[in-house]
Design a protein around this ligand. Structure first.
Ligand SMILES: Cc1ncc(COP(=O)(O)O)c(C=O)c1O
Length: 457
């Protein structure tokens, strides 16, 4: 089938045009839902909101249109096999970890993981061994220290668009028979960038790679793909784990969105991303030296723009950008704001950002900024994630929580990187960080988002 076809989307239309009387789910029967949803979805869209069935195919056991759509996606992204996901990269991360490790196994991973990776440890019963850093030398040393590790899980690029070439790490893993799993949720577009920027993990030879297609490529929110690259983990195992986690009723409009987005990328993805990259490079040049675009030893995603204004916290910059200039960034931290640029940006976006930052820096000479978010606190793991998840818990004040074992995960979203996880000691450092977070405008994911109280074991 041609790369410019959209097999799943075509299957939906074909069913619709057959004019079958739908005495089956969904309950809205393909006509205007009386709830007001029809204001969002066209009659054709509603009619094509179909369940899994012959002709349309089954996501859990694809053999028709979904299988073909996934095959075309694998071809485009350079994978051996690709799975469509309707629960975001969250489910992709969990399926890849469940495919690689089981109860009692050790998973080597970097602590800049998304919270879904920790939740995968709860599901699998595996033990985390956190990497001290992610240079090739640090990874090699960690593999030496943990010969029992059953897989290595990395997150790349980071939320700041920073990553490393993974070829060396992939070769190291292959030589030791340790599967390399990469959460590339923010890098689905890397393959379509001009040469010289951060390459995709699939190109480097990773075994399993997750892409939030919705984050940077343009499918509907919640859609993602899990790719099988190298041969360390069998596709059948991945499909089986996905079937443990995903619904048996995947929304057909979400699946169609993946199919159509893949077709659009096959058609002109490279050209669109080349143009967006050119605009982003020009914008960086105009914002220099506010734009943080270089980290020693790393490669970057040119479309992730990290900007700092001396003398202002990222939270203040975000608020002013939003209130005074009508611009909303992807996320901010104490130092900087982070923008996701892309082919769909309005044409005047560069001029507006430059004007906004000139205004915020008060017409003064733009000074180079210091990168330097506080690193992750030193970890003291007392209990496995699964044991901690099922242990008895109580809620205490932050003061009383010092020295206790956390019973919950606390993170700032985005990016959703855990500050502390269930089963870890709430050290003074962690408690101080919580107290500091409570004073910031950060969106905290915790039992008590004000962090006055914490769940402990
Ligand atoms: C690194 C990383 N991995 C996984 C995810 C989960 O992605 P999704 O929201 O598509 O489930 C996120 C979400 O922000 C993320 O930042």
């Amino acid at each position: 089938m041609s790369t410019l076809s959209a097999p799943f989307f075509d299957a939906l239309l074909e069913y619709h045009h057959r004019g079958t009387t739908p005495l089956h789910t969904p309950g809205h029967k393909g006509v205007a839902a009386p709830c007001g949803l029809e204001k969002f979805l066209t009659p054709l869209g509603l009619a094509c909101d179909l369940p899994s069935m012959d002709g349309v195919d089954y996501l859990s056991h694809p053999r028709g249109a979904i299988a073909e759509a996934q095959r075309l996606a694998a071809e485009l992204w350079g994978a051996r096999e690709t799975f469509f996901l309707v629960h975001g990269s969250t489910i992709g991360v969990q399926a890849m970890i469940l495919s690689a490790v089981g109860p009692g196994d050790t998973l080597l991973l970097s602590r800049d993981m998304h919270l879904s990776a920790f939740n995968a440890l709860v599901l699998s019963g595996a033990r985390p061994a956190y990497l001290p850093g992610t240079t090739a030398a640090e990874i090699e040393a960690a593999l030496d220290e943990h010969p029992e590790a059953r897989a290595l899980f990395l997150t790349s690029p980071s939320y700041y668009g920073i990553g490393r070439r993974l070829d060396g790490v992939a070769a190291l893993c292959r030589a030791r028979g340790v599967p390399l799993l990469v959460d590339e949720a923010h890098g689905a577009h890397l393959r379509f960038l001009p040469d010289g920027w951060l390459p995709s993990a699939l190109t480097a030879g990773a075994d399993l790679v997750v892409h939030s297609i919705h984050k940077t490529v343009g499918s509907l929110v919640g859609t993602a793909m899990l790719h099988v690259g190298g041969g360390a983990i069998a596709s059948e195992r991945v499909q089986a784990m996905l079937n443990v986690l995903q619904t048996t009723s995947p929304n057909s409009l979400l699946l169609a969105s993946l199919d159509l987005t893949r077709r659009a990328m096959a058609r002109d993805g490279r050209a669109r991303f080349a143009e967006a990259t050119e605009r982003a490079v020009d914008l960086r040049r105009r914002l220099e030296p506010l734009a943080l675009n270089h980290v020693e030893g790393c490669l970057i995603d040119p479309l992730r723009l990290v900007v700092s204004v001396p003398g202002m916290s990222g939270f203040d910059v975000e608020r002013r950008l939003n209130d005074e200039f009508g611009i909303l960034d992807e996320f901010c931290d104490g130092n900087s704001v982070v923008f996701v640029l892309g082919p769909g940006d309005p044409p005047d976006v560069s001029d507006r950002l430059v004007r906004a930052f000139e205004s915020m820096s008060g017409g003064q000479a733009l000074l180079p900024v210091q990168r330097g978010q506080a690193g992750a606190p030193v970890l003291h793991i007392v209990m496995t994630p699964r044991d901690a998840a099922f242990a008895k818990k109580e809620t205490v004040t932050l003061r009383a929580a010092r020295g206790r074992i956390s019973g919950e995960m606390i993170s700032v979203y985005p990016p959703g990187i855990p500050l502390v996880c269930p089963g870890e000691l709430i050290t003074d450092e962690v408690a101080d960080r919580c107290a500091e977070l409570a004073t910031q405008r950060a969106c905290v994911f915790a039992h008590d988002p004000t962090l006055q109280t914490i769940v402990v074991l």
